[in-house]
Design a protein around this ligand. Structure first.
Ligand SMILES: [Cu+2]
Length: 306
């Protein structure tokens, strides 16, 4: 496995810590130097009567050739400029994402905001409402838009935020390092249901994710077939034959499901060993191909199952 690219969470934490550290350092130096001078030049009793004290409104004179001033200005400039350059570089990384935009291995999901909820569309055609499921440790690219009014898609714990605007697509990415559930919220006041406009980011391990995607795809296929049959029923009006067909369908699907559950996800797809490496994309591609095949020649599958 290649070295893990940095997550957004890490990048932003690093920026925060560097600013916090430098700010603290500068603050400590400035305050310490002030206190030191206040102590060094404090008033004391054994002051000589002829000592030349500054009077109100008098400008300081002397003090060498402005060396102190030059050093402090120079130091400040170096610190500020390197901070700007470094932060800009970090933010460019956040903008462009790890290994390309999106990289070959990335999972791509279309996100659609509506009043008041979120829909997610996977590459293989799977759709979910209110739940975004992704595997841990993989780059996920989101293509965010909206169907009605302006929304803003955000996952605070993953440091993700993207505008969701009708007719526009805002790309963002994240890598979830730990399994678990995270809150997805809308960050743009969009109507009376805004504060309840939530969804769940569900981060699972790779195998669970693949299994879940398979299940969703299978379910979707079943629904499509059922729809097609319903259409045919209406057209034919032949009840008996249709019922038989339904039974066959149901049996066939159950068997198919068992096969999905027992075997590795790859076999269910009917592709080769590709799925075993970390590369989830090949599987997804194949699934997409299968999907496309099913849509075009919807009867091919039916024939196989009967
Ligand atoms: Cu909203």
């Amino acid at each position: 496995m290649q070295t893990q690219p940095e997550t957004r969470v890490n990048v932003f934490e690093e920026i925060f810590l560097v600013f916090l550290g430098l700010g603290t350092l500068v603050g400590v130096v400035v305050i310490a130097y002030t206190l030191y001078n206040a102590y060094k030049y404090r008033d004391h009793d054994d002051r000589k009567p002829d000592e030349d004290l500054p009077t109100l409104g008098e400008l300081p004179t002397g003090g060498g050739s402005g060396k102190k001033l030059f050093v402090s200005f120079g130091l400040s400039a170096i610190i500020v400029i390197s901070l700007v350059v470094w932060t800009y570089g970090m933010l460019l990384y956040v903008e462009e994402g790890p290994d390309g935009n999106p990289g070959d291995d990335a999972i791509e999901v279309d996100v659609e905001g509506f009043a008041f909820g979120w829909d997610f569309y996977y590459e293989n055609g799977v759709e979910t409402g209110g739940e975004l499921v992704v595997p841990e440790g993989q780059t996920v690219w989101l293509n965010v838009t909206a169907t009605d009014v302006w929304h803003s898609f955000g996952i605070t714990e993953q440091r993700v935020k993207a505008d969701a605007i009708p007719g526009e697509y805002d790309e963002t990415w994240f890598i979830a390092e730990e399994e678990g559930e995270y809150l997805i919220e809308c960050f743009e006041l969009c109507g009376p249901g805004h504060s309840a406009m939530e969804a769940t980011l569900n981060v699972t391990d790779e195998a669970t994710y693949e299994e879940w995607l398979e299940e969703q795809a299978a379910e979707m296929e079943e629904e499509e077939e059922a729809d097609e049959e319903a259409d045919e029923d209406e057209a034919n009006g032949d009840d008996e034959a249709d019922e038989e067909a339904d039974e066959d369908e149901a049996n066939g699907d159950d068997e198919a499901d068992d096969a999905n559950g027992d075997d590795e996800a790859d076999d269910a797809n009917g592709d080769d060993e590709n799925g075993d490496d970390e590369n989830g994309d090949e599987e997804t591609d194949n699934e997409t191909d299968d999907e496309a095949g099913d849509d075009e020649g919807g009867d091919v599958d039916d024939g196989g199952e009967d």
